[in-house]
Design a protein around this ligand. Sequence first.
Ligand code: MOS
Length: 708
Amino acid sequence: MIGAPLSRVEGPLKVSGRATYGYEDWSFGPTLYGFVVEATIARGRITSIDTSVAERAPGVRRVLTHRDAPPQGEPDPSASSYARAMPVLKDTEIRAFAQPVALVVARTFEDARAAARLVRITYEITPGEYELDEPGAPEIEQKSVNAGYSADSSIGDLDGALASAPVVLDRVYTTPYAFSLPMETHACIAAWDGDTVIAHCSTQIVADARQRIASTLRLDPEKVRVLSRYVGGGFGSKLGVSVETILAVMAARIVGEPVKVTLTRQQMFHLTGHRPASRQRVRLGASRDGRLHAFGHDAVQKQTRGSDYVEQTATAGRSLYAAPNRRTTHRSIALDLPVAGDVRAPGEAPGLFAIESAMDELAYTLDVDPIALRIANEPTIHPELNIPYSDRRMVECMREGARRFDWNRRARIPASTRDGRWLVGLGMAAAIRPHYQSESHVRVRVEPDGTVRVQCDMTDIGTGTYTVLAQTASEALGVPVDRVRVELGDSALPRTAGSGGSWGATNSCTALLRACRTLREKLGAPSGDVRAHVGASAVDAIGSVPEQTEEPSFSKSSIASYGAHFAEIGVDVDTGEVRLRRMLGVFDVGRVFNAKTARSQLIGGMIWGVSMALHEEGLVDPRVGAFVNRDFAQYLVPVHADIPAVDAIILDGFDGAANELGAKGVGEVGNCGASAAIANAVYSATGVRVRDLPITIEKLLPHLPARS
Ligand code: MOS
């Protein structure tokens, strides 16, 4: 049953509208609606705020401002960044564009939204800095970057090796601001009952949502119950809850009725985090046969003033290729933009665009096949940590992909293949993403009627958690999958690390497997269908996985998921229009829990790579410090017609160092390196190397070969 391509067990609930998302939980009864009023400046302070007109508008119950907000906790830098306090409506200071300055609470969403325009605010503006390339902006040293990585790493003598290498490549690549933008907007319904509150929100990590609510509003966490049973995507932006949740809980207490708040799509661009723009220098020193002597990767990124979030952009290369001399660094430039945060494959996605573009450039410089160049530099042990890889089948991914994709049909000379008016090219790139484990607990229970219940606060953010947990319990307990009921997304259930970092499925399925083993011991049922051993009362058991720091295999070996992307691109020789023609990814992720949902995750990541390469670009208006293109009309993502044949193949595998199920993370590796495969295919098609994403017509058109 584990691994079977089972359709999502909750699918019928979702397509029939019976899966209840945070904003539409009618069990709370009628609720009031809150609408966030955003600051229209990026830095300064409120000098006056007049809510009297808005308060008299139809349907309005209350307009909350900093004058109404209760005292709130301050963010504790030592707490998980998703659980820290997030004070809202705290004072009159404005720290970023769109910071909430009021919440209009009204009978309907429309009433609240209409009245939000009637709140009169005047500001005193302070100048701020909004451009990454501000001349003379000081680069800030980092001690560590996101996910606890050291900011810098250094082995051997990078500068010396570059000075003596027969071939040196030294290039700068840039990536723009990008956003998670899950389909379901961030939302929360909150209702108080005495001194306890229930918040049905949309979050990836229930326990951290509860902690954030409690520490912000100075509540006992025991008095906060968080529900997040169905989530319409998160991609990092819902690792922690945002202002909508804090405001819903705050407003519900003040008005004494249930309140729901959602952000609009436009508000999400400023209030739910973004991937910081980056400027990356990659330096490669090689011998003529393609052996790397030197590998250098320096990332400079935007950092929001007052926030410690710095993406781990230069960490992906630390374990990717062998080279005796190597250095990676992270520096940042403080800007007064909204707070940044995780966006799917934080670090690896922009970092691998740079590294895997540079490797392609080196392959052309040396006139060697890009796959041969990578195989020549395949490490046998982790080149910086000096520990073995648990299981690394990168070369197999590349070879299998090359075979299936007809890579040997690739023309060595760029811009030499035509199909009518289309210039056609093939490109590839490697993918790598570390595997993580975090403390998680899962309960399993067999009822006298033979129903098996799996219970934990894990979330299903569209990834298939309900399904893979049902499959794991079915196999471990010998019961049909349709007798398993999976209950998730409730802080009253055992605590997990939630969905994030591609760890959710492996954490919770491994903990569940252990719970099932304990249950079998309790029942005295070493094999077969456990239902034969259940008497008149239910029996349950808890299984756990600890933090990875307590698992020796995580320090003794380097555990990661791997892959190789292949893309065929056509570029219209007259217009510069770029079209994806086909794309294939081959992945090594250990054992999969569900062939259908895993493939779906991988394809989603690859499509995001296409989007990153060709479409997405958040643009800052430096006059006001705001993202200007803040909707799906102007912030481009692919539509169906942009995505033709895309396929993902998963190698049969089992990585026992990861866990006893042999499974590793799937959710993000599909988005790692995919953008570079597209950029490399564009080069193969046109001979034009675009180092600044996204690859748009205006970057190609002046350089395209003449139409013959
Ligand atoms: Mo992911 S960006 O860790 O949700």
